[in-house]
Design a protein around this ligand. Structure first.
Ligand SMILES: [Zn+2]
Length: 148
């Protein structure tokens, strides 16, 4: 009887070992890993090139303040790290500050649709999905916990 209680934890452990214990760098797995790495680097390279085409989001010496409509002044460039699937991109963006309401804005963030989080794009979508799944699986346990 004591053994049946251990079945689930052992099964989970075996699955985990099957994933981490897979021979890497040998045969078809090694070739596939190498292909994944080439694809990952090509993706990051392409993303960096495409983002570079936006020229930092620079819109000239001034732009309208999204908060109050006053003219914001270009103040220079600031970099931020954007974490995407497969890696981190350092993005340099022009920024503007409003002399009236002191709001800072980054046109490139607006053009790319970047939020304030480090994680962006599909990675952010996946993290949001995981959060939903965790919440719903926790919610599924609530009736059991209440019933016991
Ligand atoms: Zn303003």
């Amino acid at each position: 009887m004591a053994r049946t209680k251990k079945v689930l934890p052992e099964g989970v452990k075996v699955m985990f070992e099957a994933v981490t214990g897979r021979p890497r760098g040998q045969g078809i797995f090694g070739i596939e890993d190498e292909g994944d790495e080439v694809a990952r680097q090509a993706k990051l390279q392409r993303m960096a090139e495409r983002i570079g085409e936006y020229d930092r989001g620079y819109e000239g010496n001034r732009r309208r303040c999204p908060q109050c409509g006053q003219w914001q002044q270009y103040k220079g460039d600031a970099s931020r790290e954007v974490v995407v699937e497969g890696g981190t991109l350092t993005v340099v963006r022009a920024y503007y500050v409003c002399p009236r309401c002191h709001t800072a804005s980054y046109p490139l963030d607006e053009q790319l649709g970047l939020g304030e989080e480090h994680e962006q794009g599909r990675l952010r979508e996946k993290l949001a999905l995981v959060a939903v799944l965790v919440v719903s699986s926790s919610a599924a346990r609530v009736p059991n916990a209440v019933g016991q």
